[in-house]
Structure formats: C-alpha cells, structure tokens
Design a protein around this ligand. Structure first.
Ligand code: NAD
Length: 328
C-alpha cells in the first residue's frame, strides 16, 4: 500500500477519500502544495493535488528529491503542472479525466438562472420583509442564442441542457461532435459565435492558445448586454478587459466559478481578512456579476467519482498496471 501526501485538504475531500480508501496511508494536509510545503512529501511516493496546488519545476524538483514517483491530480484540468519538469524528474502524472461532467454543466446553468432571474437578490429581499419586484426583471431563456466554446464532456452536456430549454445553440470547437450536430447544435467560427450569442459559456481547457480567449477584441465583438459564463478556468478571460466591458455595459451579466488569480483566495474563508486583490474586489461591486468560488465540481456524485478514480489511479501505479489516466 502507498503512502500519500494529500494537499489542500478540505473536510469533504477527507470524508470521501476515507470512505473509499482501501488501505493506502494518507497524510491529509490543509496547506496547498507550493515551494514551502513540498518538503512535507519527504519519504512519500505519491502526492495528491488539486486545481490550485502549484506543481512548477521548483516544486517538482523538491518532490523528486523527497522520493515522489507519482502525482495524482484529483481534478481534470492540469494547467498547473509543469509536465516537462515532471517527465524530466521521472514522476508520472495521473488525473481524473471525467467525474460527473453534469456537475459543472448544471452549475453553469445555475449561474445563468441566478443572474437572469436574480433569485439571490429576491431571497435576501424577502427575508428582510421587502416584497417589492423592482429591478428583478429577467428575460426568457427560451429562443435565446447560446454560444458554447468547447464542446467536450462538459460543454456537450451544457449544449444539450440549453437545447432542452429551447435555445438556439452555436458552438466553437476544433473538434466537431456529430452527435451534437444531429440534435441541432451548429458549429460556427469564433467570430460568428461571439457576434450572435446572447449568452457565451466557456468550456474549453486553459492552454497557451486559449489564455485570454475572451479579451478586449473578443468582448468588442459581442452583443451589447451579453451574458458571459465561465466555469472552466479563470485564465480564459482577461479580467481587466471584462471589468472595462462591464463598466461600458457591453457585458450585461458575468457569472464566474473560476478567476484568473483565484489561487490564494478561492476555497478559503477570508471573511475576517482584508481582501488584497483589487480586481476581484472591483468585480464584487457590480450588481450584475455573480462569483462562486470554484464549486462546479461539488456534488455527491462528482466527489464520489473523484475519490474512486484517484485511488484506482494510485493502486494501478502500485501494482504496475497500465496507467489509463496518465497525462503524457
Ligand atoms: P474535455 O477535454 O472533454 O473538453 C474540452 C473541449 O475543448 C474539447 O472538445 C476540445 O476539443 C475543446 N478545445 C480545446 N482547445 C480549444 C480551443 N482552442 N477552442 C475551442 N475549443 C477547444 O474537457 P471537459 O471535461 O469538458 O472540461 C472542460 C474544462 O472544464 C476543463 O479543462 C477544466 O478546466 C474545467 N473544469 C472546471 C470544473 C469546475 O469545478 N468549475 C470542474 C471540472 C472541469
């Protein structure tokens, strides 16, 4: 059985991993993995990391010196790992490529519905005895045009959900999914999608190519008052550019579950701290911006699948079986 150093532990991680663990020895650390904390992995062969753990060359070098042989990501995205450094250090990297894509697609829908019908504001109003409907007007989602950027597992389900609501769905992806086309999704180029969509939702991975895909130029092409939704990775949006677009009302609604500089903020209770991120503070002042702190994955089904697949990845490594979820 393997000894595992588990970073960025939250109570729900511990609950689900302890439920499904069959004999591995897991040291749960609340601290995130970075240059300082990497030495906690001394003498351990497996490190388990999440989205905001830093796995740059310096951290990987420390892990290698500590004897780490496997990095088991308990997430799908791997933009936080220097894969070249891991290969050079002879450390294998595995991930959970799919764990209830419904969880994230449905969270994108939750952001849209909340921003549109303002249920978060209505809830607070009614609790305070204010039964006025002033400024709560929304719009029918039915027959609106929704642009889906990235139609993989999550984007594909999101597209189906929006078709179910009676929307016209446009998609942009380097790969065209025939099943989606058969049920009415139209693939178009990015310019056309940005021009025509009432709602734009991001579901592609963060790569060098997609970093700041939504920049000033892209925002200028969008319909006045567009709703922009990002449940993928913060770096897909140039945050300064979107702040400007909110100020000049090009963007009418912004719903984000991810944020470019989320690393030291999201997942933490900072309610008694002074927020140091002025851009995030500015975003929080807009009445038409809804921010959730990377909770798209947070469902019973997704947490179960994350724990089962991660522990299976580690057992496969232990028994020298083929690593089906290895990132190369
Ligand atoms: P996936 O690999 O199944 O799909 C990604 C799609 O994006 C693919 O169809 C791919 O062809 C497409 N794509 C790649 N480069 C593109 C580009 N330049 N332009 C347009 N399309 C491009 O991945 P998935 O499981 O659907 O996950 C999508 C993303 O969601 C992940 O990369 C991850 O960052 C994010 N995610 C977020 C959460 C959360 O909790 N908010 C949870 C899981 C995943």
């Amino acid at each position: 059985m393997k000894k595992i150093a588990f970073f960025s532990t939250k109570p729900y991680d511990k609950e689900f991993f302890e439920k499904y663990n069959q004999g591995h020895e897991i040291d749960f650390y609340e601290v995130a993995l970075n240059e300082q904390s990497a030495r906690l992995a001394e003498g351990v062969e497996v490190v388990c990391a999440f989205v905001n753990d830093k796995l740059n060359a310096a951290v990987i070098e420390t892990l290698q010196k500590s004897g780490v042989q496997l990095i088991a990501l308990r997430c799908a995205g791997f933009n936080n790992v220097d894969l070249a450094a891991a290969e050079q250090a002879n450390i294998k990297v595995v991930r959970v490529p799919a764990y209830s894509p419904y969880a994230v697609a449905e969270h994108a829908l939750a952001l849209i519905m909340t921003l549109n019908r303002k249920t978060h504001k209505a809830y607070n109003r009614v609790r305070e005895g204010n039964f006025s409907l002033e400024k709560l007007t929304g719009f029918d989602i039915y027959q609106k045009t929704v642009g889906v950027i990235g139609t993989g597992k999550i984007g594909g389900i999101f597209a189906r959900i929006m078709l179910g609501l009676g929307c016209k769905v446009l998609a942009y992806d380097t790969y065209h999914d025939e099943h989606l086309m058969a049920i009415g999704v139209s693939y178009v180029n990015l310019d056309e999608l940005l021009n025509a969509s009432d709602i734009v939702s991001l579901h592609c991975p963060l790569t060098e190519e997609t970093r700041h895909l939504i920049n000033t130029e892209a925002l200028d092409q969008m319909k006045k008052g567009v709703m922009v939704i990002n449940t993928s990775r913060g770096g897909l949006i140039d945050t300064q550019a979107v702040v400007e677009a909110l100020k000049n009302k090009t963007v009418g609604y912004l719903g984000i579950d991810v944020y470019e500089q989320e690393e030291n903020v999201f997942f933490n209770d900072l309610s008694e701290e002074i927020l140091q991120d002025d851009t995030l503070a500015r975003l929080m002042t807009f009445p038409n911006v809804l921010i959730t702190s990377h909770q798209g994955f947070l469902t019973e089904e997704a947490l179960t699948q994350i724990a089962i697949t991660t522990l299976q990845n580690i057992s496969d490594f232990e028994h020298q079986r083929e690593l089906t979820n290895e990132i190369k």
